[in-house]
Design a protein around this ligand. Sequence first.
Ligand SMILES: [Zn+2]
Length: 139
Amino acid sequence: MTEKNRMLSSRECVDALMRRYIEKGEQAIKENPSLAEPYHTELQGDWVGGIPNKLKILGHSFDVILIDDNETDRFGSMNPNTNTIRLNKNKTQSQIETTLLHEIIEALDHNLEIKLEHRQISALEAGLYQVLKDNKLSF
Ligand SMILES: [Zn+2]
């Protein structure tokens, strides 16, 4: 089978989507450099740089905290014991947004005991992010 005709694995699709959105984010920063400015972490107002500082997920109130995480270089994490989502503020706007979506899916997966594989969570993250973003959906 030639490389051209080969079906892409779901992992490759997710990687391609992520690359596309990282490139899009970088392009957006070129056009609007203020997007790359670091987020501030104080919980003030409802939204910081398009990221809410609180989310209701299945009746639980989650704190969303932007942290300075150069040490682990992780994109984010979700703690189901403290209902906290942490996002690494040293990432691009699109990376932070898609990571928030990822952690929301993690919270749903945990609370609803869906037991998704981690790659399924990442695939939903990339797919939902593309559809929501490209269609500017906010219900
Ligand atoms: Zn994860």
